[in-house]
Design a protein around this ligand. Structure first.
Ligand code: ARG
Length: 532
């Protein structure tokens, strides 16, 4: 349709011209012209069978590594230090991890960087709090909770008492000037924070190649500002240094401040220095930033300044933003008493609730085993619930929904995966007959077999679409459909009771479905237990 429009042709005419020159006999029984200019391709079952067979031989799993691998930096999670990670950090962490995994699977060179907020004006207040009100015992047990308390206490005091605000400013100036005591305390706060963050990342199975953090770029900020001024891209305005976007209608009313009137650099300056460093160091083809929707303007400004600053750079810059998590009352997700929910508590609760589900399904399993399965199911449920909705819409956090065994959930998919495993166990088969059944015929006589086979063939397209549009929900929906088609196939086509080539082909379909489910879930960051 789009081609016809560009060529000012009748779409049906264009379609019939294409059809006339098309030679797809190898893969298609027929191609028919339909409607206003559609081409419907009818795949030959033998072509589908061939692809399934080569997958069964282990030659591929319906996707191919990129012909031209790209270097992609994924900037995600990036919490601010000295505060517990809360539910708001989960989306960036889970989404970013999934995108990194997808790109890696497709053969790209992926560099993950946790851009911690480890520098900024909050440290003035934190230092005052640490020096005046620190409770060492509380620091021992829950360091981030203690630091958050200190911050809040001083922040409140600042509102009432300007001498406290002055004290905070002085501590900040000393820190920035490299005062040894303040530097050491600041470092301590970062170490404590990172220790806590790492515990959460460990549970989520998320790892980073780098955690450079904002402070890493401090020594580079001056040069960024100077360069932008020297190139006449930034100019003085009301004491600050500002980049204006007169040519960009969308940003005309939103100039970017790169140096505040007090001479301090800001979030934008730091991100510019970060971009320049990444370009120099890794020469990426693409940089992906995963943050919430509220940072859209920041990234539009950042990218716009960068394009003026480095017009030669071909690097694709993408801001992958997401909506909020809501409680069942439709308001931002909070605890019953109205506090923000700590991520560690949320993960504990997920495992606890999943234990009930697992126990119901499998009361005879030993407790340790049930707990291990519950860990995978609980964390999987949270991740899946986060990846399933269109990332740009807000979603309602619901334990009942995400832990349901029926519906588009992680427990459903994990259960579907274990059921396939049990087919092999029941048949006394180690696993599939892969490798052996190389050239045996692969009949796809039942319609349910053919539909399932075609769905398997789509896996690679779906992975590519996820990487292209940064949308893991495509993969979630694909896996859910796959599990549904498998269930229909299994209802209608006996596997262990079949004989000869039918049995071999059906066992292969079972095995390939299990492998695609497992690989797909792995890309979503979800482990797959053998039993559930
Ligand atoms: N620390 C920021 C926050 O918590 C997110 C940083 C995102 N990455 C970046 N390069 N700006 O909002």
């Amino acid at each position: 349709m789009a081609l016809a429009k560009a060529r000012k042709m009748n779409p049906r005419q264009l379609a019939s011209d294409v059809l006339a020159r098309l030679d797809v006999r190898e893969w298609c029984d027929r191609v028919e012209l339909a409607g206003g200019g559609f081409l419907n391709f009818h795949l030959r079952p033998t072509a589908v069978a061939q692809t399934l067979q080569s997958a069964a031989r282990g030659e591929h799993l319906f996707f191919e590594p990129a012909a031209a691998p790209r270097t992609v930096v994924v900037d995600f999670s990036s919490p601010n230090v000295a505060k517990p990670m809360h539910v708001g950090h989960i989306r960036s962490t889970i989404l970013g991890d999934c995108l990194a995994r997808t790109l890696r699977l497709l053969g790209h060179r992926v560099i993950t960087d946790n851009h911690l907020g480890d520098w900024g004006t909050q440290f003035g207040k934190l230092l005052v709090g640490w020096k005046r009100y620190l409770d060492p015992a509380a620091l021992q047990t829950e360091p981030l909770v203690e630091m958050e308390r200190l911050y809040k206490r001083v922040n409140d005091a600042c509102e009432r008492d300007s001498t406290v605000l002055d004290a905070a400013r002085q501590e900040l100036v000393k820190l920035q000037a490299g005062d040894p005591e303040n530097r050491a305390l600041w470092q301590r706060m970062i170490d404590e924070s990172r220790h806590q963050f790492d515990a959460v990342y460990g549970r989520l199975g998320v790892r980073f190649d780098h955690t450079l953090g904002e402070s890493f770029y401090n020594p580079r900020l001056k040069a960024v500002v100077q360069d932008l001024v020297a190139r006449s891209l930034a100019r003085a305005s009301e004491g600050a240094l500002v980049v204006f976007f007169d040519e960009l209608p969308e940003l005309k009313a939103h100039p970017a401040i790169i140096q505040k009137s007090d001479g301090a650099a800001n979030y934008t300056t730091t991100d510019l220095a970060t971009l320049a460093y990444r370009l120099e160091t890794w020469r990426p083809d693409e940089i992906v930033y995963v943050t919430d929707a509220r940072q859209q303007l920041h990234f539009k400004q950042l990218f716009a300044v960068f394009r003026q600053w480095h017009p030669e750079a071909r690097t694709k810059l993408a801001h992958v933003w997401f909506g909020s998590i809501l409680g069942e009352d439709g308001k931002p997700f909070k605890t019953r008493s109205g506090e923000t929910i700590r991520l560690a508590d949320l993960l504990d609760e997920a495992e606890e609730r999943a234990l009930a589900v697992v126990t119901e399904k499998n009361p005879e399993l030993a407790e340790a085993q049930r707990r291990e399965i519950a860990r995978v199911v609980g964390l999987g449920a949270i991740k899946y619930a986060d990846l399933l909705p269109n990332r740009q819409t807000d979603y309602v956090f619901s334990w009942d929904k995400m832990l349901a065994l029926n519906g588009n959930t992680a427990p459903y998919l994990l259960y579907a995966h274990t059921r396939i495993g049990s087919i092999f166990r029941k048949g006394g088969l180690e696993g599939p007959t892969s490798g052996k059944a190389t050239d045996a015929p692969f009949p796809l006589n039942a319609p349910e077999e053919l539909v399932l086979g075609k769905q398997l063939l789509h896996f690679g397209h779906v992975l590519e679409a996820v990487a292209e549009e940064y949308r893991p929900n495509y993969l979630c929906n694909y896996l859910y459909d796959l599990a549904g088609l498998f269930a229909r196939f299994y209802e209608n086509c006996p596997v262990l009771k079949a004989a000869g080539p039918d049995r071999a082909a059906r066992l292969s379909l079972c095995d390939l479905t299990a492998r695609v489910l497992k690989q797909g879930l792995a890309v979503l960051g979800i482990e797959t237990p053998e039993q559930m």
